[in-house]
Design a protein around this ligand. Structure first.
Ligand SMILES: NC(=O)c1ccc[n+]([C@@H]2O[C@H](COP(=O)([O-])OP(=O)(O)OC[C@H]3O[C@@H](n4cnc5c(N)ncnc54)[C@H](OP(=O)(O)O)[C@@H]3O)[C@@H](O)[C@H]2O)c1
Length: 247
């Protein structure tokens, strides 16, 4: 796929799916901006990618004044955005009785408020014909124990993305949702114990966890002209998890 000189902004690009997607877009010729909460993780990602086409911006997606900084940092070069990949996200898993207000707020502020206001701030900078991808999850459809708040954030995102697709269609901007199944990332390894990883892998038809690069390639497809008649849709990249786990 060819993204030569296209401008791509990825929130949460320091590890996992965001980092893998930054690598794929750079390979495809794009200029890529990645965000994260601290400069150390961004420097590590920049060292790993090692390309003059990569730029980094410290920006906490859950913080509105940080999003203004992000908007200014992107806009100062007079650039227009061709792809906005809204990906920054966190998960805290626990049964409903144990969910704290802090867990609830952190997940909604990052996963929902962050996606929503990043999009709002960057709408003026989206080029005609550009593409926005929201990162949801199969949990928006499944109802796994211990995931009530995380799943609710992803369900909320799906609805926002569908409405954004309708609101932005007049400017020829497509908005879609990528919903990964279980993918082997630092984020997953942090919140899922070893035995649960085996269970998750076994719950896919393909009997394995996904690789972040497989989600990245799905994002590139949805962002590309090959997906020119696709908007407002959710594409599952889940190794058959939804159909297999719910069979
Ligand atoms: N892995 C899976 O199985 C899976 C499945 C379905 C959906 N997803 C979704 O995929 C997305 C990426 O997850 P991942 O598995 O790749 O996790 P990850 O390895 O933990 O990556 C998360 C990224 O988000 C960034 N981030 C977190 N909070 C942020 C904030 N407040 N502001 C800015 N950046 C922030 C992190 O950067 P810093 O820590 O450097 O700030 C990191 O770059 C998430 O939306 C997640 O819900 C993952």
């Amino acid at each position: 796929m060819n993204f030569t000189n296209k401008n791509v902004l990825i929130t949460g690009g320091t590890t996992g799916i965001g980092l893998a997607t930054a690598k794929e877009f750079i390979k495809a010729g794009a200029n890529v901006w990645i965000t994260g909460r601290n400069s150390e993780n961004l420097e590590n990602a920049a060292t790993e990618i090692n390309s003059s086409k990569l730029k980094t911006i410290v920006s906490d997606t859950s913080n509105l004044s940080n999003l203004s900084v992000l908007e200014q940092a992107f806009a100062e070069g007079g650039n227009k955005l061709d792809v906005l990949f809204l990906n920054a996200g966190i998960a805290v898993f626990s049964p409903i009785e144990e969910v704290t207000e802090a867990d609830f707020d952190a997940q909604f502020n990052t996963n929902v408020k962050g996606h929503f206001f990043t999009l709002q701030k960057l709408i003026p900078h989206l080029a005609e014909g550009s593409s926005v991808i929201f990162t949801s999850s199969t949990v928006a459809t499944a109802a796994n124990l211990g995931t009530s708040i995380y799943s609710a954030t992803k369900g909320a995102l799906n609805k926002i993305a569908q409405i954004a697709a309708n609101e932005l269609a007049g400017r020829k901007i497509r908005v879609n949702i990528v919903s990964p199944g279980p993918v082997s990332t630092p984020g997953l390894h942090k919140v899922v114990p070893e035995e649960a990883k085996e269970y998750l892998a076994g719950a896919t038809a393909m009997q394995r966890l996904g690789d972040p690069a497989e989600i990245a390639k799905t994002v590139l497809f949805l962002s590309s002209d090959d997906a020119s008649f696709i908007t407002g849709t959710e594409l599952l990249a889940d190794g058959g998890y939804i159909n297999f786990a719910l069979k």
